[in-house]
Design a protein around this ligand. Structure first.
Ligand code: NAD
Length: 390
């Protein structure tokens, strides 16, 4: 069975879906890799390394799609809304597609993928269970994003992070506030701490407090309590606008006292809550930096513009998107490990086993046989339930 890796086509994307070290593991499952020439180049993996691990190199994207039974991508059509549509005519009915699909994005796009007849799996829908941990691409990319966000801020802020006592006087440490202490937020806390900053963090899930403290951060306690803050999958639940208004009111001081704010607060399938107002930003010291990792989802800061950097009263608000692509070597390595674990479950002895009794396969499957078959996705788009024949 051939697994094809086309070069990523989203503008500026530098990651690749599989790295050479994954190939021996895939070979054991009966999978042979066909990779488009130069697909790994921008991530630091030359064609030669893939060849040395047994891959075949395809000269064109068309050849990859035409020969492979499974297509592995980072940003598939869905999450790649710029150039992803061009892949649809290259796909064949019954072909398997695996990657970031943005299943709660646009109904028409998911419908288009379904209409192409491909059996698609969305890594975003991976259940957050112990068994699926090694396949959790969202966590891998969030880890990279949290780390990189701190470096982006550190590079721009006109101060250094650690406290220094020198012959030229004492330098006070930078104050970093992290809003949203999930996977990305926790990695941001750890990274900022390693650089010597004084770090505070806030999350509406009470469970986050212990994790923040364990990383040496201070937990910002707000005198408000979210209604059932966490769902059964560990994600934050959406709150009403009155709650967010109260959050903004209470977070103001913590934001204005910080040199760097990194915000990561999101709720699956919803627009990100606005937690940082323009007024708060204007209250920060000139030179301060806000890195809004929720920019792609609408932003946690009122002033965020996705993909841009705005400066207001000397404060820079960074709405960079696709941050994980900025660390392509390790982002690709982690992603490839996640895909390989999933493929080892899905493919045995070169045969796909679409075992819908398995929650990992069932929950990540989005389209099959021309239909959107995922109940969560159908419900999200208000589509009627599908009568399923096993
Ligand atoms: P996420 O990316 O969906 O959200 C980021 C963070 O923003 C979350 O911590 C969330 O609580 C927070 N947030 C949302 N709205 C907020 C608001 N109004 N104010 C403040 N904070 C807000 O979350 P995530 O990083 O994917 O992780 C969510 C949870 O899942 C965490 O508890 C994480 O540890 C857990 N998790 C478990 C597994 C596993 O068991 N395999 C894997 C990954 C993550």
């Amino acid at each position: 069975m051939i697994i094809g890796v086309p070069k990523e086509s989203f503008p500026g994307e530098r990651r690749v879906a599989l790295v050479p070290s994954a190939l021996p593991h895939l070979a054991k499952a009966g999978l042979e890799v066909l990779i488009q020439s130069q697909a790994g180049h921008d991530a630091g993996y030359p064609d030669e390394e893939y060849k040395n691990k047994g891959a075949r190199i395809a000269a064109t994207r068309g050849e990859v799609f035409a020969s492979a039974e499974i297509i592995a991508q980072v940003l598939c059509y869905g999450s790649n809304d710029v150039t992803g549509g061009a892949d649809i005519p290259l796909m064949r009915r019954g072909q398997l597609l695996l990657g970031f699909l943005r299943p709660f994005g646009t109904a028409e796009v998911v419908q288009e993928i379904a209409a192409a007849g491909v059996t698609s799996f969305s890594v975003e829908l991976m259940p957050r269970t112990t068994r699926a941990q090694s396949m959790d691409a969202l966590s891998s990319m969030a880890t990279i994003c949290g780390y990189k966000a701190v470096l982006i801020a550190a590079d721009l802020v006109p101060r250094i992070f650690p406290m220094l006592t020198t012959a030229a006087g004492t330098i006070t440490p930078a104050r970093v506030l992290v809003i949203g202490a999930g996977v990305a937020g926790l990695q941001a806390i750890a990274t900022a701490r390693r650089l010597g900053a004084v770090v505070s963090a806030y999350d509406l899930r009470p469970a986050a407090k212990e994790q923040v403290l364990s990383l040496g951060g201070r937990f910002v306690e707000l005198p408000i309590e979210a209604q059932s803050a966490q769902d059964e999958r560990g994600y934050a639940r959406a709150q009403d606008e009155a709650f967010y208004a109260r959050q903004r009111e209470l977070l103001g001081r913590a934001v204005m006292e910080s040199d760097v704010v990194i915000s990561t607060a999101v709720v699956p399938g919803k627009k990100a809550p606005v937690l940082i107002t323009g007024e708060m930003v204007r209250g920060m010291a000139p030179g301060s930096v806000v890195v809004d990792l929720a920019a792609e989802r609408g932003g946690n800061c009122e002033l965020t513009r996705a993909g841009e950097q705005v400066v207001v009263n000397g404060v820079t608000v960074i709405g960079r998107i696709n941050v994980a692509s900025g660390v392509p070597y390790h982002a690709s390595q982690m992603y490839a490990r996640n895909l390989t674990s999933f493929l080892q479950l899905l493919v045995k002895n070169g045969q796909v086993n679409l075992n819908l009794q398995d929650d990992i396969i069932r929950e990540t499957l989005v389209t099959e046989g021309g239909e959107i078959v995922n109940p969560r996705v159908r419900q999200f788009f208000s589509m009627p339930e599908l009568a399923r024949t096993e």
